[in-house]
Write a protein that binds this ligand. Structure first.
Ligand SMILES: Nc1ncnc2c1ncn2[C@@H]1O[C@H](COP(=O)(O)OP(=O)(O)OP(=O)(O)O)[C@@H](O)[C@H]1O
Ligand SMILES: [Mg+2]
Length: 512
């Protein structure tokens, strides 16, 4: 049975038409994936179904009956639930209050203890009780906030569930938990729309997959009949090379080429201790580790964002430990922040302002910003990143999620750093743009920039890195690999702690 049918849906923002006569079907008990490049119109279409936006025409049917969705409450009454792409929780309220916000807003009075208990029940299958319903949302890491968003959506009586890139800020384990929950919802006959840029999500979860390109629905296939290359080509409208760029050929890992030398770095809160590694000129160095191994925390420690108990960070021959993040940034060591909305972008300013913010000093003469230079730099950057926009004066908030990510990259790279630390550089970025970002990072490396790459996708780390440093689950650095040793069997053996048990077994056999 068709739970949801869209017929002839179109949408324009001003003169910019972003959806063209969309037809789409979702069956009850089906997980239907939607893929498409950044800016293709996926979120816009979902916002129309959920009543956040009004379409310019067309028809929506639920269970075969035409319906009118003028506002969110209309959609909710029809059992439509939506986990939006960007986290939109009330930051200073508790987890339980957020999950039951709709109920609280009805003003009928509520019992906090009861709410907390109900929240606990909804959260349990999603995170195994690791999120406290009384916790203030602001204090949670983004991945947990995303889990709360999902709990909030499914707390309502849900018949059609829309997930807009739900796993982009989740760890592997959290994504697995989410997938178990949605497979369960599917069994109960709920229709699920699943938007993702991750092929593994699409092939692992979905029954069918549709591709949206430039506002047009270009294909729908049963998953068994789809291939990665086909989907990529459908998204781009041309043959796209999805291979990783070739690795560096003549890296000189000599003493004089050491750009960054980390010695005995130890976290004040004990998340990791005695971290030692060197980074060489022109090298892309990947960090592999499971969730919680402390990869992001190490990067925050290096850049002054997190208090350290001890250690040295030698950059340009000087110890930068204890320097402020902005001083380190001015020295040429920059980091792409994990949370683009909070730490990265001025959302209400345009692309130009955002890209120039990082290097204002360089284009300022006698207290005046050289506007021509600013403009040219921004044009260049947004072109090289292929930011999909109406022009560099578009306000960043109105860009699609993946394009915001590209602006953030442009901003960080505009200053021509010596070392860039990329924490999840391609989060929420479509496959084509991802390949572009990868090419760009390799290009920078070949020009002598050194790159540290942290990603929750092991494939990305392996595909991009000249050398991979491995962290075990206790944040202990267990060695590094190059060349053919960069393969998932080898790396998983160390980062999953399997090597510890192996060593124990060896000891036992020796004693026998
Ligand atoms: N409120 C708005 N005002 C003006 N233009 C908008 C608005 N919302 C979206 N757009 C434009 O509509 C187009 C489609 O954006 P949308 O967010 O639907 O893309 P998407 O497919 O979800 O991309 P992503 O994968 O990056 O999330 C983009 O060109 C975007 O700039
Ligand atoms: Mg989107």
């Amino acid at each position: 049975m068709e739970a949801l049918q869209l017929r002839d849906i179109s949408k324009s923002f001003g003169r910019n038409q972003v959806l063209f006569s969309i037809d789409f079907d979702l069956q009850a008990g089906e997980i239907h994936g939607i893929m498409g490049e950044n800016g293709a119109g996926k979120s816009t279409l979902m916002n129309i179904i959920y009543g956040n936006l009004k379409s310019d025409g067309g028809e929506i049917r639920v269970d075969g009956n035409p319906v009118t969705i003028n506002e969110v409450s209309d959609a909710q009454k029809l059992g439509i639930c939506f986990v939006e792409q960007e986290i939109a929780l009330c930051q200073d309220a508790t987890v339980a209050e957020n999950i039951f916000m709709a109920r609280i807003n009805q003003g009928k009075g509520f019992n906090m203890k009861k709410l907390a208990e109900e929240a606990r029940q909804i959260l349990e299958p999603l995170c195994g009780g690791s999120i406290d319903p009384y916790e203030i949302v602001e204090k949670l890491p983004i991945s947990n906030q995303q889990v709360v968003e999902i709990a909030k959506a499914i707390s309502n009586n849900c018949r059609i569930l829309i997930l807009d890139e739900p796993t982009s800020s989740l760890s592997g384990e959290e994504a697995d938990a989410l997938h178990r929950v949605i497979q369960d919802l599917k069994k109960r006959g709920i229709g699920i729309i699943y938007i993702s840029h991750r092929m593994s999500d699409i092939f692992g979860q979905c029954d069918r997959v549709s591709v949206l390109r430039d506002g047009t629905m270009v294909s729908t296939r049963p998953i068994a009949e789809a291939t990665v290359q086909q989907l990529v080509n459908d998204m781009a409208g041309r043959e796209v090379d999805i291979l990783y760029p070739p690795k560096a050929e003549d890296l000189q890992r000599t003493e004089e080429n050491v750009v960054l030398d980390v010695q005995g770095l130890t976290d004040a809160e004990g998340r990791f201790s005695d971290v030692n590694f060197k980074l060489y000129k022109g090298e892309i160095l990947g960090f592999a580790g499971l969730l919680g191994a402390g990869r992001s925390e190490i990067m925050q420690g290096l850049t002054g964002l997190r208090p350290m108990k001890g250690g040295k960070v030698i950059f340009h021959g000087r110890d930068i430990m204890g320097k402020s993040t902005s001083a380190i940034f001015q020295d040429g060591l920059v980091m792409l922040p994990e949370d683009r909305k909070k730490q990265g972008l001025f959302l209400d300013m345009d692309i130009e302002m955002n890209t120039s913010a990082a290097y204002l000093q360089q284009i300022t003469r006698g207290g005046m910003i050289q506007r021509g230079k600013e403009h040219r730099q921004a044009e260049e950057m947004s072109k090289s990143m292929n930011v999909r926009c109406t022009g560099i004066h578009q306000i960043v908030r109105s860009l699609s999620g993946g394009n915001q990510q590209k602006v953030l990259l442009a901003k960080v790279l505009a200053k021509r750093p010596d070392v860039v630390i990329m924490d999840e550089p391609t989060r929420g970025v479509d496959v084509g743009a991802k390949a572009e970002i990868h090419r760009l990072l390799r290009q920078l490396a070949s020009e002598g920039v050194s790159v540290i790459m942290v990603s929750s996708e092991l494939n990305e780390v392996m595909g991009m890195s000249d050398r991979v440093v491995m962290l075990d689950s206790s944040g202990c650095l267990v060695g590094d690999v190059t060349g053919d040793d960069i393969n998932s069997d080898h790396i998983m053996y160390y980062i999953s702690d399997a090597y510890k048990y192996q060593e124990k077994n060896d000891e036992v056999t020796e004693h026998e």
